[in-house]
Structures are given as structure tokens and as C-alpha cells.
Design a binder for this molecule. Structure first.
Ligand code: KG4
Ligand code: ZN
Length: 341
């Protein structure tokens, strides 16, 4: 099969509420343009799938044009097109995936459909794949929380996932209970800096469970009952900061403890983390502290590659081509429930 190294790839990502396009060439990101819809959905307290799809339709062409302009290339200069094929919101995925297929078809270029979770999984290596080493990877985002054993590049196995809510969902929903805007994760992170993480004691679900699975819905419920029983707390700015710090501490402790335990069990010396929640300062700080203490190499995705972006889609498409993974047929369909295995 054709290899894309030294070739230029146009990549598109529209799986949820970011419309993104990137141009990747020979391992380098020439542009990575992201148009976020968070303000649009904030009013509803979460992503409204139909609105997300309509917004992608409105934004996609300007975003692709911006990515091409920033990269300094025109439509006829790229050699392949990549797009997120799944998992994600069906109507949102359709917009980017079908547009990418149409461009590939019209320009007679190869097309690569990419698994969104797999793109997050390899995002800590963007710009430095030559440094790759076997690792335990924590993918932690608004829609997913999983631990993956990555034995070699593109050879991986999911060890465990959340059995209910994702960690980002827990940040967003507990934040909503505190009156914070969607997505609440970044705001909790900011407020927690002024708070006491030991002020309130919340459960650490499945922390000592033998599996590599996670569960965050019980933590969310206990925050709901705590606020119901202490409503005056939300009138006190310091107490809100304490609440943010305490909820964040519970989430981070579970994520870090289970990640490190998985790394030890599987005899790898490297830990990686990706996905939107990896922007969280407490998670980054605690992973760094524990990895240093335990002698693990830590690779965190850069913040700009943690939340959804097309650069990670283009980079993975390039790596797949480099490793000669076969391409999907050009008339392939979206895969909204495509699980990483
Ligand atoms: O990867 P992403 O952009 O979208 C999904 O694929 O889900 O992740 C979005 C999630 C949201 O739940 C958001 O609240 C969370 O990442 N997030 C954070 C922070 N920044 C984003 N959570 C905690 N602290 C942050 N600084
Ligand atoms: Zn994502």
C-alpha cells in the first residue's frame, strides 16, 4: 500500500463539539485549527447533538480553509485525507467524515478513517514518535475513561474502562450542581487552586478493586446529596473552592492510583495520558509526582492536543500508513459506537 511519509495529509475531526481541521506533513503539524462550540452548548448544560451537527456544517468549510491557509497549501497539494470515523455523536461524525470522503473522492486521493480513542491514545507521542516506548496509557475525557496497555506502536489492548460515567462527565455534572457553566472541568480546575482538597471527604470508587475499570457515577451522586444537605455552602465562595478541590482530589486519586498499579502489573516503565481531562493541573501534577517517585517515564499529551483536535487524527493516519495498516474502503460508513479493543 501507498505510504504517506513525506506526504501531506488533510485531517478532519467532528466527533463531538469541536470542528477541527489540520494539515500534517512528514510527522510535522503544519496547522491545527479548532473551532469550539462550548459557548453554544453552555446554555443547555451539555452538548446537544443536533445543534452540534448543524454547527459543524456551518463551520467546517471556514475551518478547513483556515487550516490550509495556515499550512500554506492549497486543496490540490495534499496527498491523502483523514477523518474521525467513530466513536462519537452520529450526526456530528457524519458531517466531517462525509465531507472528507467527498474531497478524497473528488481529488482521487486515498482516504483514512480514524478511531477517535486511538488518536487520543497516541497523541502523547505527537512530534516525537521516535521516542516511543511500551506504556500504560490513561485516556480520560468527557466521553471516555480507559486504561490501555500499549505494547508497541499501534499494538495495544484495553485493560479497563469506566462502567458508567467518564471522569470528564463527573467534572462537568458535579460542576453543574455547583452552578458552574458547561464544560465545568476547566472551571473546577481553576477554583480548586484556591481550595482545600481535604475539606470534604468524597468516595474514591473502585480504587482498590482488582479490575482496571473505573466508576464515577457514585461519586457524582454523593456530591449531589452533599450539596442537597448543605445548600448554604454554595453561597460561600471559599466553600465552593473547597468543594471543587475535594471533588477533583477524589477523581485524581482514583485515576493516578489505578494507572500506576496497571503500569506495575504490566511491567512497563512508561506512563502516558491524553484526552481533555489531561489538561487538569492536579492530574498532571500528581502523575508527575508519583511517576518520579516510582521511577516511571511520564508523557502527557500537550494541552493543545488533549482536547479534541484534528492534528491527532492526521498524525495517526500518517503512522498507520507508515506501518502499512490497510485503509478502509472509500465508501465506508461512520462508526458511532466503535470501541477500542
Ligand atoms: O477530549 P475532550 O475535548 O472531548 C471528548 O472526547 O470528550 O474532553 C472534554 C472533557 C470535558 O469533560 C471537560 O470538562 C474536560 O475534558 N476538561 C477538564 C479540563 N479541561 C477539559 N477537566 C478537568 N480539568 C480541566 N482543566
Ligand atoms: Zn476526545
Amino acid at each position: 500500500m501507498q505510504q504517506f511519509n513525506d506526504m501531506t495529509i488533510l485531517a478532519i475531526e467532528t466527533s463531538c463539539d469541536e470542528t477541527s481541521a489540520a494539515v500534517v506533513c512528514d510527522g510535522k503539524i503544519l496547522s491545527n485549527f479548532v473551532s469550539s462550540q462550548t459557548k453554544l452548548h453552555a446554555e443547555y448544560g451539555g452538548v446537544v447533538p443536533e445543534l452540534a451537527a448543524r454547527e459543524h456544517l456551518r463551520n467546517l468549510i471556514p475551518v478547513v480553509k483556515s487550516a490550509l491557509r495556515e499550512a500554506g497549501i492549497s486543496m490540490d497539494q495534499f496527498d491523502a485525507v483523514a477523518a474521525t470515523q467513530g466513536p462519537g455523536l452520529p450526526n456530528a461524525l457524519l458531517v466531517g467524515f462525509k465531507a472528507a470522503q467527498a474531497v478524497a473522492f473528488a481529488l482521487r486521493k486515498p482516504f483514512v478513517g480514524i478511531n477517535h480513542h486511538e488518536a487520543h491514545l497516541y497523541s502523547p507521542w505527537i512530534n516525537e514518535f521516535e521516542k516511543f516506548q511500551p506504556n500504560i496509557s490513561l485516556i480520560v475525557s468527557g466521553g471516555h475513561t480507559m486504561l490501555v496497555l500499549v505494547e508497541s506502536e499501534l499494538k495495544h489492548r484495553v485493560l479497563g474502562s469506566t462502567i458508567d460515567d467518564a471522569a470528564g462527565e463527573c467534572f462537568d455534572k458535579t460542576g453543574k450542581m455547583m452552578g458552574l457553566n458547561y464544560p465545568a472541568g476547566p472551571e473546577i480546575d481553576r477554583l480548586a487552586e484556591q481550595g482545600n482538597p481535604s475539606a470534604f471527604d468524597f468516595p474514591r470508587p473502585l480504587i482498590n478493586d482488582a479490575s482496571d475499570d473505573f466508576s464515577f457515577s457514585g461519586l457524582k451522586t454523593s456530591v449531589r446529596y452533599f450539596i442537597r444537605d448543605n445548600p448554604a455552602l454554595l453561597d460561600d465562595a471559599q466553600k465552593i473552592c473547597d468543594l471543587c478541590a475535594s471533588v477533583q482530589a477524589a477523581i485524581v486519586e482514583v485515576l493516578v492510583k489505578k494507572t500506576i498499579r496497571a503500569a506495575k502489573r504490566n511491567n512497563v516503565r512508561c506512563v502516558t495520558a491524553s484526552g481533555g481531562v489531561t489538561c487538569n493541573s492536579a492530574l498532571r501534577g500528581e502523575l508527575a509526582r508519583v511517576c518520579e517517585h516510582e521511577g516511571f517515564t511520564l508523557r502527557l499529551a500537550e494541552r493543545s492536543f488533549c482536547t479534541d483536535n484534528a492534528a491527532m487524527i492526521g498524525v495517526l493516519a500518517e503512522r498507520k500508513s507508515f506501518r502499512q495498516v490497510s485503509l478502509p474502503p472509500l465508501d465506508d460508513e461512520i462508526k458511532p459506537g466503535w470501541v477500542l479493543v
